[in-house]
Design a protein around this ligand. Structure first.
Ligand code: ADP
Ligand code: MG
Length: 253
């Protein structure tokens, strides 16, 4: 077991991302309907479902980039409700090997309107170094984006998503195109990040092999939530078998 469970020490589950009755219709097609989702502080929640289930659309709605019905709220310990501050790691973009932009340039461009043709001031360099240190990526600062491995690029995108520190970190299919070793490294890093910064993590994945080791909760969805529970409860459910067209093994059921 690579990653330990964590039930939200410090806030005892008192803060929560709460999605209630979410609906999305685009071009006359229902993409999400009556979707409810709770993510408590410190939890890692894995969102699973077939292609086209609406996982990325749900992320967009939580990011405030997708018109929807229903409500998306972040409830702080104490009961105060706000819009959540969300950090988002998109599905890894591929950069050309010859991409001349460095990691430092990317941070500067994302955070400030500093012109690319001027030298980066020392204070800004230090700030970027601190951001990268959160993911143990200080050494990547002057590398070109095109020279990064898949795992390194992911760490850089994670560092970007952690500035400013969000309430909820969302990652859309962070393990696609990552090998087993890379997946374990990323999982250890995510576990460290959520403990250190007391944030919740919502990620989508098609890889069920490690689910039971790291996910506090699994949400199976297709348009709406079909099943919520522990990894075992969801993966052993008839809903899971039906969605992924699995037949029960001989001798079972
Ligand atoms: P997933 O991430 O689970 O694969 P998506 O959220 O990307 O699913 O897509 C869910 C469904 O919504 C798909 O059928 C997709 O074609 C459709 N869809 C996504 N965005 C739009 C849009 N802007 N207009 C129309 N259909 C869309
Ligand atoms: Mg998607």
């Amino acid at each position: 077991m690579s990653v330990n469970r964590h039930s939200g020490d410090g806030c005892q589950g008192a803060c929560c991302l709460r999605v209630t009755g979410l609906g999305v219709v685009a071009q006359g097609k229902t993409i999400l309907r009556s979707l409810d989702l709770h993510v408590h502080c410190g939890q890692i929640v894995a969102l699973i479902g077939p292609n086209g289930a609406g996982k990325s659309t749900l992320f967009k709605a939580i990011l405030g980039q997708q018109p929807h019905t229903g409500s998306i709220e972040f409830e702080r310990s104490g009961g105060k409700k706000t819009r959540p501050l969300v950090g988002y790691v998109p599905q890894s973009p591929a950069f050309d090997r010859g991409e001349p932009i460095s990691v430092l340039d990317l941070f500067v461009a994302a955070g400030n309107a500093w012109p690319a043709f001027l030298p980066v001031p020392k204070g800004m360099r230090e700030k970027v170094r601190q951001c990268l240190a959160r993911v143990h990526g200080e050494g990547l600062m002057d590398q070109k984006l095109g020279s990064l491995s898949g795992g390194e690029l992911q760490r850089v995108l994670l560092a970007l998503a952690l500035e400013p520190l969000p309430h909820v970190l969302m990652l859309d299919e962070p393990f696609s195109g990552v090998d087993v070793e890379g997946e374990l490294r990323l999982l250890r890093l995510l576990d460290e990040v959520r403990r250190r910064f007391d944030l919740s993590i919502l990620l989508s994945t098609h890889d069920f092999s490690n689910l039971a080791d790291y996910a506090d909760k699994v949400v199976l969805m297709k348009e709406t939530v079909l099943k919520v529970g522990t990894p075992r409860e969801v993966m052993d459910s008839p809903e899971f078998a039906a969605v992924f067209h699995l037949r029960l093994r001989e001798g079972e059921g």
